[in-house]
Design a protein around this ligand. Structure first.
Ligand code: PHE
Length: 439
């Protein structure tokens, strides 16, 4: 395999795959608890401003760089500027790191799916007992990575695109269905208010909310990690990049909002605790479902959806490293994917064990798992995004950037100067300021 040979078979397939990469555990597992923890509507407001103001131009730049070069993340960056391969390396290495903790949660989701399907709704205490175990979580984590590897092995259009085309529409339809179900419950309005109304308190200063919203936006849109450079490299010149970018950002944001509107109000409606943490969907939701008639079926469907969302994101992470290995080490697709998957599992085992055996190991006062998430949201992705801004805005040159974005558009490009300005000045300035204020 060479990543150059892969191609999306349709524009729709590409959108489903890219939106599938964006829509994942970040939307369903992380977004609700991050919003609850960081001031509700205040967080939402900044999230949306960042998604439109920074997310759109950075995503567009990644797609443009990938489509222009038609190569893996490292070689695409080098094609723009030979000295900038490091921006791609950064993404490639970090994709392994992100998949390492992502697969831990993916493994929990499979466990919860199988327990609710075959034995019954687990008690809220189950999560605490299960996540500290040494072997079983690693086994499910490995199963999660294996499922992703089997899809990626099938190739760009035959594996990633086909599976996203089925999984993403399913996820959207079911999630909307569950949202209406939750809205019908008695106390749901209180939960909706808790989710949407802005709150600022002394424990949660605005500067922290802003940084959290920005980190979440990067994570949710899969930015700064070479994912969209890689996916862009399989695109044809006929694709309208601006239209695609907006579609991906809007889909991702709407799904995050719907997930928040499902999870927070359901916790409220059924008296579950808004535990506001990583365990939220694993501790609060089962308590909620246990109280509803038919709750076990809904819980099974819900965890199946979460699994679908997680898989379509994890395959994009796996593709970044695999396409790099295939091109650079001249491996065929299958060994490249298996090698990448093995590496992710090896790193991921430490993240899994940090709940039990390695719980005493602290890095900057955080467990290995929390540290990797913190690193991804607040360091890796912002640094990756600033690198892409500088690469596409400054090193590539305004005219080259505009030319690539214009290809495939029916109407002439009118926002080229604005896009260039945001990439070149505004985005890096805002990202760096937000990071420095919180330092
Ligand atoms: N965007 C994905 C999510 O929301 C996570 C992800 C991050 C995927 C970076 C690829 C690259 O779950």
């Amino acid at each position: 395999m060479s990543s150059e040979k892969g191609k999306w078979s349709s524009g729709f397939g590409f959108i489903m795959a890219s939106a599938g990469s964006a829509i994942g555990l970040g939307n369903i597992w992380k977004f609700p608890y991050m919003t609850a923890r960081n001031g509700g509507g205040m967080f939402l407001l900044f999230y949306i401003i960042f998604a439109l103001g920074i997310g759109v131009p950075v995503l567009l730049a990644e797609l443009a760089v990938g489509r222009y070069a038609q190569k893996n993340a490292v070689d695409s960056c080098r094609e723009i500027n030979p000295k900038w391969g490091f921006a791609g390396y950064f993404g490639v290495i970090c994709s392994v790191l992100v998949l390492s903790f992502y697969s831990v949660v993916g493994g929990w989701v499979i466990k919860y799916l199988s327990v609710s399907a075959f034995s019954g709704i687990p008690s809220p205490l189950f999560f605490g007992e299960y996540s500290v175990k040494a072997y079983e979580p690693i086994l499910f984590q490995a199963l999660f990575i294996l499922i992703c590897a089997l899809i990626v092995i099938k190739g760009v259009s035959g594996g990633i695109e086909k599976c996203s085309e089925i999984m993403l529409p399913l996820l959207i339809v079911f999630l909307i269905g569950i949202m209406f179900f939750v809205f019908g419950e008695e106390n749901a309005a209180e939960g909706i208010k808790y989710f949407l109304l802005p709150r600022v308190s002394e424990e949660m200063p605005l500067s922290e909310i802003i940084l959290a919203a920005m980190g979440q936006m990067f994570f949710s849109l899969s930015l700064g990690m070479g994912t969209l450079i890689t996916y862009g490299s399989y695109l044809s010149k006929e694709n309208d990049l601006i239209k695609s970018t907006f579609t991906i950002v809007i889909l991702d944001t709407v799904i995050a909002l719907i997930a928040g509107l499902v999870i927070i109000p359901s916790a409220y409606a059924f008296g579950g605790e808004i535990s506001a943490g990583a365990g939220m969907i694993f501790e609060t939701l089962p308590a909620v479902f246990a109280k509803i008639r038919g709750g076990r079926i809904i819980m099974t469907v819900m965890f199946l959806l979460i699994l679908l969302a997680a898989v379509t994101s994890a395959i994009s992470l796996l593709e970044v490293f695999s396409s790099f290995l295939a091109d650079r080490v001249h491996l065929k697709r299958k060994p490249a994917v298996l090698l990448s998957a093995g590496l992710c599992l090896a790193v991921g085992i430490a993240a899994s064990l940090s709940f039990g055996v390695l719980s005493d190991v602290k890095i900057f006062n955080m467990s290995i798992f929390d540290f990797v998430i913190y690193l991804a949201d607040n360091v890796i992705m912002p640094v990756g995004a600033v690198s892409i801004c500088i690469l596409a805005g400054r090193k590539w040159g305004k005219e080259n950037l505009k030319r690539e974005i214009s290809l495939g558009r029916k109407k002439p490009l009118r926002s080229g100067n604005l896009i260039h300005f945001i990439l070149n000045y505004a985005s890096p300035a805002i990202i760096i300021t937000a990071a420095v204020i919180n330092f």
